[in-house]
Design a protein around this ligand. Structure first.
Ligand code: P5A
Length: 442
């Protein structure tokens, strides 16, 4: 993509409404624009990041054995009346009526709808265990939407639902998702810590939130500092090790504010290891047994020929919250550096030349070579001055840059990874290095 042809409305100053750095960056780097309170449009670069995140979440769900489908955003109120949540949900639910005055709603979550799909189509234990998921927009009329896409009203969630024949296998489904979440967040270079959590309107008695520590987080959390030393990169994530991995995390104290038990914290965590801090909730998993399958009369035939209500769990990831969470973790107020799995473009070419000169020709040539090598480049071919080009790219956060000025020889290119020393490489070396970084076959 050439910047002169792209739609990237960069703002020079921090907008006054943005209180935290992720919101500032997303507005300044032209990723999002608010269209109504807590409702955002995703501009092209923000949308690319969102799609990359969505794709990684999808791949990890598929690896864990979950199957993708797509449920609508609009649901019938009838199923919510069956489960009893239509009244419970209160003002957070956006209620709509159609031209026939039928009650509809914009789904804040999908436990009811998936239970309806299940009960209409699955009758036997032979089809279990079953894990279904979708990635779909949700609406919650939050009382205080704030911090941009961090807490908004319309947001993209990945939600998975598990169905099992008994408690024992349901617990295994829960653990599988627990593990899959650790793997997913690791792909975003995020250190997500699982914490015992409250179940709120979803229900059930077993729940974990996945939290990244950040001063700007909205959740107050308590944990044993030992948890910070678990290097998730070293963990072998094969399924047979699930119990061992979960034990590694659960042997240390961690809880959100609502679940915090002062006595247990004091008893089990030494003074110097006690950490009380703030965090951002990027995922939340629940086991709620037959809460929905019973109230909505979903039945399967078990091995003994008896009809039973399947055991269920639900598992959410805040897909549209993740770009903001990643920025909170990776942006220092001047430089942003996207993880290479998420970056909107794989490499930036900063052309410091002028129309038709040698640097300009070099830039166009390597731009074409990078496209041919599937290295999705963005070429800054605008007439902005060099210092504002550099400033913009510090903000945009593409992790690799090729800077092309007039000083270097014909086959010399300045190659820079954000935060690292510049290197002088030949064109072939630049391309090979990038292919290696992004695992692109020669
Ligand atoms: C689990 C999947 C659920 O809704 N039902 C289906 C369960 N859980 S949850 O914790 O309420 O939400 C899951 C994740 O969605 C993100 N999230 C939000 N993101 C942006 N703005 C919001 N207002 C918002 N509310 C929830 C969080 O990442 C949460 O963990």
């Amino acid at each position: 993509m050439k910047l002169s042809n792209y739609f990237l409305p960069i703002l020079k100053e921090n907008p006054s409404e943005a209180k935290i750095k992720s919101h500032q960056l997303m507005l300044r780097a032209g990723m999002i624009r608010q269209s109504a309170s807590g409702i955002y449009s995703w501009l092209p670069m923000g949308f690319k990041v969102l799609k990359n995140i969505e794709q990684i979440v999808r791949e990890e769900q598929n690896k864990a054995g979950a199957i993708e489908l797509l449920m609508p955003t609009i649901q019938s109120a009838d199923i919510w009346k069956e489960s009893g949540r239509y009244d419970d949900y209160g003002k957070e639910m956006l209620r709509i009526s159609d031209r026939h005055e039928r009650d509809l709603l914009y789904g804040p979550t999908n436990e009811e709808l998936i239970t309806q799909i299940f009960r209409d189509n699955i009758k036997s234990y032979k089809n279990l265990p079953l894990m279904l998921y979708h990635i779909q927009w949700k609406f919650r009329d939050e009382i205080r939407p704030r911090f941009g896409v961090m807490r908004c009203r319309e947001f993209l969630m990945k939600d998975t639902y598990s169905f099992d024949v008994d408690k024992h296998t349901a617990e295994f489904s829960y653990k599988k998702m627990f593990l899959s979440y650790l793997k997913t967040f690791q792909k975003f270079e995020l250190n997500a810590i699982p914490m015992k959590a409250e179940t709120g309107p979803i229900g059930g008695d077993l729940s974990h939130e996945f939290i990244i520590l950040a001063d700007t987080g909205e959740s107050e959390v308590f944990l044993d500092k030992n948890l910070l030393d678990i290097d998730v990169n070293e963990v072998d994530y094969s399924e047979k090790n699930i119990n061992e991995i979960i034990e590694r995390f659960s042997k240390f104290y961690s809880a959100t504010d609502e679940k915090h038990d002062v006595n247990e914290f004091e008893k089990n965590v030494s003074k110097e290891n006690q950490l009380r801090t703030k965090g951002i909730e990027i995922g939340h998993i629940f086991y709620f047994g037959d809460k929905y399958s019973k109230s909505m009369k979903a039945l399967v035939n078990n091995k003994e020929g008896k009809n039973i209500n399947p055991q269920m769990g639900s598992y959410g990831i805040g897909v549209s919250r993740l770009p903001a969470a990643i920025i909170e973790a990776k942006y220092n107020g001047t430089f942003m550096k996207w993880p290479k799995t998420v970056t909107p473009f794989k490499v930036a070419i900063i052309n410091l030349g002028k129309n038709g000169d040698e640097a300009d020709q070099k830039s166009n040539e390597i731009y074409q070579n990078l496209i041919n090598a599937n290295l999705d480049p963005i070429l800054d071919d605008t007439s902005e001055n060099p210092s504002s080009k550099f400033k913009n790219f510090d903000l945009i956060g593409i992790p690799y840059q090729i800077i092309i000025g007039s000083k270097l020889k014909k086959d010399e290119f300045e190659f820079k990874e954000i935060g690292e020393e510049k290197l002088i490489l030949s064109k072939e070396e630049v391309i090979n290095r990038l292919k290696e970084i992004y695992n692109i076959d020669k």
